[in-house]
Design a protein around this ligand. Structure first.
Ligand code: GLN
Length: 262
C-alpha cells in the first residue's frame, strides 16, 4: 500500500513539474499538447463501446439497431460526458483485447468483474448485480448446482459460466460462441444443462419450449464496464456519470424498461 501511495505521489510530482515546465512554452503549444493527449475520450469526441450483441436483454439486435440495457446505459453515459456513442459488435472473448489495444474505449457486455480480468483491464463501479444460473429441460432431474457433477454442460466460450463449469467434478464442457447456441444444444439433447447469466437465461427459456431455469442460482456476480488500465481519467468520468445516473433514477428506469419485475 505504501508503495502505491509513494508511486502516486511521485507521478503527481512529475505531473506538476511537467505542468510548471509547460508554462514556459508558448500557450499555443501547451493547448495543442493537452488536446492530443485527450483526443480519444474528450467532450465532443466519440465513445467507442465494444460489445457482443447476442445477450438479451443487455445487448441484442432489433433490425439494424443494437439495443438493450447496456446500450441504453452507455448512451446515457455518453450523453453525460457530451460524447457520441459508437457501438462495435464483436465476439465476447475479443472485447477485452479491443479495450486494451484502444480499438474501443469501453467494454459493456454484461461483463462480470473477475480477478483474472482485473489483471488486464480496470472495471468501473458495478452497475448491476447479476447471477449465473442453470438451464435444463423441464423434465430434467438436475435441481441444484451439485447435481451437475459428471454431466455434459454447455457454456458460452470465455464467459464466467465457462470458468465455473471447469470446477465441476467430472463434467464435460461443450463451448459455443453464442449463449443461444448452447441453449440450442440443450434443446437438441447434446448437453444436459447450460450455465449462463440469469436475465439472458430467462429470455432464452421464454423463446424455447421445454426448458426451465433451476431455482437455486449458481453464483452471484457484478456487472461493470471495462476500461484500459492506462485510461484512469476515463474510469473516473464513467464512475461519476454512473453515480449521477444512479441518483437520478435513470439506471433503474433503463433496467425496468427491459426486465419485467416478477
Ligand atoms: N457475465 C458473463 C461474463 O462476463 C457473460 C457475459 C456475456 O456473455 N456477454 O463472462
Amino acid at each position: 500500500m505504501k508503495k502505491i501511495i509513494a508511486m502516486t505521489l511521485l507521478s503527481a510530482m512529475v505531473l506538476s513539474m511537467t505542468a510548471c515546465g509547460s508554462k514556459e512554452v508558448t500557450e499555443e503549444a501547451t493547448t495543442e499538447a493537452v488536446a492530443t493527449e485527450e483526443a480519444a475520450t474528450e467532450e465532443g469526441g466519440q465513445l467507442v463501446m465494444a460489445t457482443n450483441a447476442e445477450f438479451p436483454p443487455y445487448e441484442y439486435r432489433e433490425g439494424d439497431q443494437i439495443v438493450g440495457i447496456d446500450a441504453d446505459i452507455a448512451a446515457a453515459i455518453a450523453e453525460e460526458l457530451g460524447m457520441e456513442l459508437v457501438i462495435e459488435d464483436m465476439q465476447f472473448d475479443s472485447i477485452i483485447a479491443a479495450v486494451q489495444s484502444g480499438k474501443a474505449d469501453i467494454g459493456v457486455a454484461g461483463m462480470t468483474v473477475t480477478e483474472d480480468r482485473l489483471v488486464t483491464v480496470n472495471f468501473s463501479d458495478p452497475y448491476t448485480q447479476a447471477a449465473q444460473v442453470i438451464i435444463v429441460k423441464t423434465d430434467s432431474e438436475i435441481a441444484t448446482p451439485d447435481a451437475l457433477a459428471g454431466k455434459t454442460i454447455g457454456v458460452q466460450l470465455g464467459t464466467t459460466g465457462d470458468l465455473y463449469a471447469e470446477d465441476i467434478e467430472d463434467a464435460t464442457i461443450e463451448r459455443y460462441n453464442k449463449g443461444f447456441e448452447a441453449v440450442q444444444a440443450l434443446t437438441q439433447g447434446k448437453v444436459d444443462a447450460v450455465i449462463i447469466d440469469r436475465e439472458p437465461a430467462k429470455v432464452f427459456v421464454e423463446q424455447n419450449e421445454g426448458l426451465k431455469v433451476v431455482d437455486e442460482e449458481f453464483t452471484v456476480e457484478d456487472y461493470a464496464i471495462c476500461i484500459a488500465k492506462e485510461n484512469s481519467e476515463l474510469l473516473e468520468k464513467i464512475n461519476t456519470a454512473l453515480a449521477t445516473l444512479q441518483e437520478s433514477g435513470k439506471l433503474d428506469e433503463i433496467k425496468a424498461k427491459y426486465i419485467n419485475a416478477e
